[in-house]
Design a protein around this ligand. Sequence first.
Ligand code: GFB
Length: 305
Amino acid sequence: MVGSAIVRRLQALGFYNLALPRREELDLLDQKKVGKYFTENRPEYVFLAAAKVGGIHANNTFPAAFIYENLVIETNVVHAAHETAVKQLLFLGSSCIYPGVAEQPMREEALLTGTLEPTNEPYAIAKIAGIKLCESYNRQYGTDYRSVMPTNLYGRGDNFHPENAHVIPALMRRMHEARQRGAEEVVVWGSGQPKREFLYVDDLAEACVHVMELEPAVYRHSTRSMLSHINVGTGEDLSIRALAEMIGDIVGFEGKLVFDTSRPDGTMRKLLDVSRLDSLGWRASTSLEEGLRETYRWYLAAQVA
Ligand code: GFB
């Protein structure tokens, strides 16, 4: 989802010389193959969007896969970038790198100030390691590796798996299918009370390119050598209940919402402070409603295809 959005953005800006190896062509878990690919293709700029991702249930069920795959992908790609003198690299993290209970909205400085939310700790540890890899290579080798921390993402190309997906695609599909069946109820996990901030993936892609295009001195000045990441979000959040109602309106599901409290809520709130990126000249432009409508259109089209 994220990689495709970055490609769309780069192409819209006129970048055409893009190396886009698919998984069958380049397994990022294979250190030798990654090294060989970088040596043969010599990319100048790298967007590291590849990751093992999933919603709260997937994170909780497959912790080994989430920590292992993310650590390996990051170390393979960052090291290969260094060995082949890549000019710039952008690493994508996640807002779950911040403590499970943190002052809201969460500033970049909140990193490593408290314990993590247990449902996604292994994933968060891998993402923190990714930031620290980039910072360490910058400090030791003078490289220009940057990091952005997106809030919860959604949009076209998302994973709509009933159990493993994030909340937006999961509820969109469940409500769509409930409406088709004429079902009167839809289950929403947890209490409905947690609040989340959602960013449309094309906005994220725009932000990624914006951060990559900042002059090195501007990026360095706005961050610090051991606190180099930049939050990307909308600066607004809403409860899962309010989100579910909004998705229901868009999908046309008029039945009842049933909250299944045997499912985890996860962290109660994770709103990002986006003032750093705002001061660097970028702000999200897609409203949640607009983004949800676009995502639903994409989902419907994908059903037909
Ligand atoms: O999207 P989600 O899995 O991400 O869940 P997290 C967000 C909230 O929605 C939780 C509730 O409180 C869920 O209990 N929810 C309600 C549902 N119904 C559903 C449903 O049908 N499916 C899902 N998935 N949730 C993930 C992390 O946490 O966020 C990852 O596990 C990553 O590491 C990602 O950081 C951005 O915000 O809880």
